[in-house]
Design a protein around this ligand. Structure first.
Ligand SMILES: Nc1ncnc2c1ncn2[C@@H]1O[C@H](COP(=O)(O)OP(=O)(O)OP(=O)(O)O)[C@@H](O)[C@H]1O
Length: 127
């Protein structure tokens, strides 16, 4: 990953190209419990956008306008499941503030090598 992609992630930009392309081929949307999502980077938020998204999500007539967030599903070396979320900062925050238990996600299977492209030397030893 280039330096500029890393900077994008830290400011909650899009997924790196190779992951977005994979995500584009996954059509299933899962309602994933908010509590299982691991978000290693702090969000930089535009308050107006969060509030606008909250309104859109709360209205059954408009909620479909909000696409699912992309998450990485990684299996640890002893079989544990880990769900990493890097982008979708405003949607995640909107669901959180609405006290929603679940958030719609596109889940795609990833490896610890994929995770390393985000976290580098800070990548944890997932069990
Ligand atoms: N009221 C709304 N405000 C903003 N986006 C909305 C709204 N309703 C639907 N959307 C859709 O929700 C998605 C929001 O994605 P966007 O990239 O703007 O933010 P995010 O991915 O949640 O946060 P970030 O890009 O900062 O990580 C877009 O696809 C947008 O079209």
């Amino acid at each position: 990953m280039s330096g500029s992609e890393k900077a994008d992630l830290k400011t909650c930009g899009k997924l790196p190209e190779h992951l977005s392309v994979q995500a584009a081929h996954i059509h299933e949307i899962h309602n994933v419990p908010m509590r299982v999502l691991i978000r290693p980077f702090p969000s930089v938020l535009d308050e107006k956008k969060v509030k606008s998204l909250m309104e859109t999500i709360e209205n059954p007539e408009t909620v479909e306008r909000v696409p699912p967030i992309d998450i990485l599903w990684i299996t640890g070396r002893e079989g544990g499941d880990y769900y990493y979320s890097f982008g979708g900062c405003h949607r995640y925050e909107a669901y959180k503030r609405l006290n929603r238990e679940f958030i719609p996600c596109k889940v795609f299977k990833s490896t610890t090598t994929d995770l390393q492209s985000y976290l580098g030397g800070s990548t944890p030893d997932l069990l």
